[in-house]
Design a protein around this ligand. Structure first.
Ligand code: NDP
Length: 367
């Protein structure tokens, strides 16, 4: 194994930012008369925790985009956000008048930050309004919905991205490249993401809004990591569900243990749960290891290889993500965090549920 230096890690492993570099899409020209600035305007849809505490503050740091509008079903939030972020009256929408956003030149991108089962409807409505879309993870609650969202964006000629913030994090960019280093064949990918979920009345515990439980919310990070660390698609999945609290988790899964088989490659194991604490990603190759713990947090990720601790400059994942997607739009660049990527994860998630229900390994479908 080459004893690479920290500088080499920074230069070669953490580089890249969720986009591939050859233009493949039409460049997005804004109308100079109505939009003198160079930033793309983003409207956040759903002003919950992620919008309030992560995305809106991140939009104060972005270079290529800015907070231009909000969509909320809670008028009091609209008032507070208007005071804090100086959003103009004409750029505030609710879920009923949302479609009128089509006539608003200040908004280029609609960012869907709603409960999972609402992603499908609002992505399609945004696409029909002619807006580019960033949709939070999980992209939707079924493979069928993912296809419909991709089709709607394609028909309207707009781009679709998924809120996979870790594609923009240097530790995860490094994890993606680990298999290409001189440490030999990648042998294993083990990951876990779990926390104790609070409020028993929240939408994450309701199947109609969440689509599922810890797999949809947390396991998706492990599935993503297994796929981007191997650079391959799993051929089959074996999953076992564990439930200790039948009341709180009456509608959705509490804990899932998953095993993903890759063609000719390593087996990945993954654990997700709403009823324990875990947060790591561990890779081994024939001669090296690569470990992140915590692995899936917004900041404070720590990493090691056999060569020692990894150091990368701090970045704001959400700002990097929104700037990266904006650049994909303006420069016509493809992204490795697009709708197709969201669809691939949903195929795995559906296989996880099939396996857990039948007690047998489930083959990945090509649907
Ligand atoms: P919250 O519950 O904090 O916020 C959801 C918001 O959606 C609400 O505040 C509300 O906003 C709106 N909403 C509309 N209809 C409903 C409804 N029927 N029930 C509940 N809320 C409703 O959720 P989060 O912000 O934590 O999560 C939102 C999405 O973002 C999820 O898909 C989640 O997976 C994703 N997420 C992604 C993260 C990441 O790291 N990429 C991190 C956290 C979440 P309003 O009052 O304005 O209408």
């Amino acid at each position: 194994m080459k004893n690479y230096s920290r500088r080499e890690f920074i230069m070669h492993l953490g580089a890249g930012a969720g986009m591939l570099m050859l233009p493949r899409f039409p460049r997005w020209e804004k109308t100079p008369a109505s939009r003198p600035g160079k930033k793309l305007g983003i409207a956040l849809v759903g002003l919950g925790n992620y919008s309030t505490y992560e995305l809106a503050p991140a939009l104060m740091e972005t270079q290529n985009c800015e907070l231009a509008g909000i969509v909320t079903g809670t008028p009091e939030k609209g008032v507070k956000w208007q005071e804090r972020y100086k959003v103009s009256d004409k750029n505030i929408y609710n879920y009923s008048n949302f479609d009128a956003i089509a006539n608003n030149d200040a908004i280029d991108i609609v960012y869907v930050v709603l409960p999972n089962s609402m992603h499908h409807e609002y992505t399609i409505r945004a696409a029909k309004a002619g807006k580019h879309v960033i949709c939070e993870k999980p992209m939707a609650v079924s493979v069928k919905e993912c296809h419909e969202m991709i089709d709607a964006c394609r028909k309207s000629g707009v781009r679709l991205f998924i809120g996979y913030r870790l594609h923009f994090d240097p530790f995860h960019r490094a994890a993606m490249k680990f298999r290409t280093l001189e440490g030999g064949r990648l042998q294993s990918v083990d990951s876990a993401f779990a926390f104790h979920i609070g409020d028993p009345t929240q939408w994450r515990l309701k199947k109609s809004l969440a689509g599922g439980g810890s797999v949809m919310d947390l396991g998706i990070y492990c599935i993503q990591a297994s796929r981007y660390c191997t650079g391959a698609e799993p051929v089959s999945v074996t999953a076992v569900e564990e439930k200790t609290d039948m009341v709180k988790f009456a509608e959705v899964e509490e804990t899932m243990r998953m095993q993903l088989e890759f063609p000719g490659g390593p087996t990945a194991t993954a654990l997700c749960s709403y009823n324990r604490e875990a947060n790591y990603l561990r890779l081994t190759s024939e001669k090296d290891r690569f470990e992140l713990e915590p692995a899936f947090t917004y900041g404070g990720i720590s990493g090691w290889t056999n060569a020692g601790k990894l150091y990368f400059p701090h970045i704001n994942q959400q700002a990097a993500q929104m700037d990266g997607f904006s650049r994909c739009i303006t420069d016509g660049l493809p992204s490795d965090a697009d709708g197709e990527e969201g669809l691939r994860d949903m195929r795995v998630i559906e296989a996880v549920y099939r396996s857990a229900a039948t007690g047998r390994s489930a083959a990945l479908r090509g649907d």
